[in-house]
Design a protein around this ligand. Structure first.
Ligand SMILES: *Cc1c(COP(=O)(O)O)cnc(C)c1O
Length: 372
């Protein structure tokens, strides 16, 4: 029997096959390959879908974060509160602008703990920014982020790479920021056939600056008023995203939620803990994390039953070797984050899973430790 993986790009291709080929044909025939009408139309559709006025397509999520930071005036030496439990890209984008990460422990759900973040404000000089991550597809409280930022005069820039479409109450992730960033890396909920990303912003001035920064800092052809980068989005990615993946996102997100709710209701094994969903989070279930003390035995058991797993993330960002040559701060102890690092296991959850696949995963999890 075929193993159940964390994603299924082949089914993604066959499901959208005809429409992908139409998108390819449209771009090929247009003769325009980079930053054209497909990108512009995708940006408009994405902004509308998200409920934030403007989107700017870029080459990947890392660049989207860096450009967002630069648009908000982040400077070398600026201290930035962020999470130790994320894709390395969150911190890497900070390092690329010369900022100094200030790591704060996570809450029981694995997301940046805003109560502990209070302690980061004792630093002198104080942090000027906060970069939270809506991890696993869960939404941190947008209201709480806003309140925290206002009280401490911090600029918020949310990393929404894992949480496209997630809401906190009725507010979309990204709504606590003037500009937020996301990724269309293939594994993400809105995945391209390669690398791509975007910024979302409520401000036309930020939109315009982000458009310049992604294209060598050009304000007009051959006019370079600022030091930009090459982070352009290809027409081909935009065409496929806008014609196939984006229109399917709502239904796929509902399917993810359905599967997550089956897991939440049916997984019962004393060796396995399901971290709580954050208060008021309408999650998009990018991942389904479990906490298991005997992680390697658990993963081997699942693999034997044809269920593949992932780890998010086995090594905290401040513990990475690359961080040795950088300046950063750790506030207090990263006890909960450390627990995720040693005990988290992600089980398959993607929209192309059948009901039988879901049952197989549940049975494999529940039979761990029972000699089955
Ligand atoms: C994937 C991801 C990124 C980086 O996106 P890329 O497109 O791979 O550069 C940043 N932050 C988080 C939380 C991610 O999951």
């Amino acid at each position: 029997m075929k193993s159940i993986g964390l994603a299924d790009f082949q089914t993604m291709w066959t499901t959208g096959h005809t429409r992908y080929l139409e998108a390819l044909e449209r771009v090929g025939r247009s003769g325009w390959l980079v930053l054209g009408s497909e990108v512009a139309q995708f940006e408009e559709d994405l902004a509308k879908h998200w409920g934030i006025p403007h989107a700017v397509g870029v080459a990947n999520g890392l660049d989207a974060l860096e450009i967002a930071f630069r648009c908000e005036g982040m400077k070398p030496g600026d201290r930035v509160i962020t999470t130790p439990l994320s894709a390395f890209a969150t911190t890497l984008a900070l390092l690329r602008v010369g900022a100094v990460p200030v790591f704060v422990d996570v809450d029981a759900s694995g997301l940046l703990d805003l109560e502990l973040a209070e302690n980061a404000m004792q630093l002198d000089p104080k942090p000027r920014f906060i970069v939270p991550v809506h991890l696993f597809g869960h939404a941190m409280s947008v209201d709480a982020l806003e309140t925290f930022a206002k009280r401490h005069q911090l600029t918020v820039i949310e990393d929404c790479a894992q949480a496209i479409g997630a809401k906190s109450g009725s507010r979309p992730v990204g709504a606590a920021s003037r500009v937020c960033a996301t990724s269309f890396y293939p594994t993400k909920n809105l995945g391209a056939f390669g690398d791509a990303g975007a910024l979302l912003t409520s401000e036309t001035s930020i939109r315009d600056q982000a458009r310049r920064l992604r294209d060598y800092g050009q304000s007009d052809k051959y006019v370079h008023d600022e030091v930009g980068m090459n982070s352009r989005l290809d027409e081909l990615h935009a065409a496929m995203l806008r014609s196939v993946q984006l229109p399917a996102l709502q239904a796929q997100t509902e399917r993810r939620a359905q599967i997550a709710h089956r897991y939440l209701g049916a997984i019962k094994n004393a060796a396995v803990t399901m971290p709580p969903v954050p208060f008021q989070s309408v999650s998009v279930w990018h991942l389904f994390p479990l906490l298991v003390n005997e992680r390697e035995a658990f993963r081997a058991h699942l693999k034997e039953h044809g269920v593949l797993t992932g780890l998010h993330y086995p090594k905290l960002i401040p513990d990475q070797v690359a961080m040795k040559s950088t300046e950063f701060h750790v506030v207090g102890h990263l006890t909960r984050a450390q627990h995720f690092a040693v005990a988290e296991v992600s089980i398959p959850l993607h929209p192309f899973m059948s009901d039988d696949d879901v049952t197989r995963v549940i049975d494999a999890v529940n039979s761990f430790g029972t000699n089955a």
